[in-house]
Design a protein. Sequence first.
Length: 269
Amino acid sequence: MPGRLQGKVALVSGAARGQGRSHAVRLAREGADIIAFDVCRRLDTVPYPMANSEDLEATAKLVKDLDRRIVTREADVRDSAAVQALIDVGVSEFGRLDVVCANADIIGFAENTWTMTEAEWGEMIAVNLTGVWKTVKAAAPAMIEAGNGGSIVITSSAGDMKGVPGIAHYVAAKHSVVGLMRSLANELAPHSIRVNTVHPTGVNTPMTANDVTMQAMSAAAELVNMLNALPVEMVEPMDLSDAIVWLASEEARDVTGVSLPVNAGFVQW
């Protein structure tokens, strides 16, 4: 039985591991061919190990094992030329672009907002906000030119609905991508391209499930409620992937400009 995205092509940023890998594999399982990239190196202000080249190769193998095609590149989401070059290659090879999963992000921690360094603030905004803009800026013209409509899904966070101490730069970026999404939803609607955000609580990925992040979240919990309403500590990457597949499919053909929580009730408390 054909998948819900049979014949479609999807771009996934931050695809080497975690949510990005899950999204790439889930989209492929539904029939999509994949264009995928990740920075594959440690960034200066990121306090936990990041993905590497072998991780991106593993994602590619998982997609190929599903008998789907994939183009991968090591590219920094802040590098407009690199992102554009990858999209150009992918569209040239696959003939179209239908889905954009703007997933790449980082997290970092400070004691508080006023002791945060300019480097910490700048790198966070550059990756988590400007990187999303650069991804969509590079992808939208190809989607418009193809004339097939499509779906753009931006990964935000439950943190954009609750002020989490110690990560004001992250929270600010995640708030901001919602504003970006809403403007894009109106601008791209005449082209039948839908734009939405997804908002996870903590996700069981290497970005979250490490000592540095867990210690920082424990410290934040002393000031604000960091519990999910449902009896789960974290959601799984596939929970977000399922939401993204739905948003990319015909089942959500009339859904645009929406912030979709996948947060186990985090903001209800």
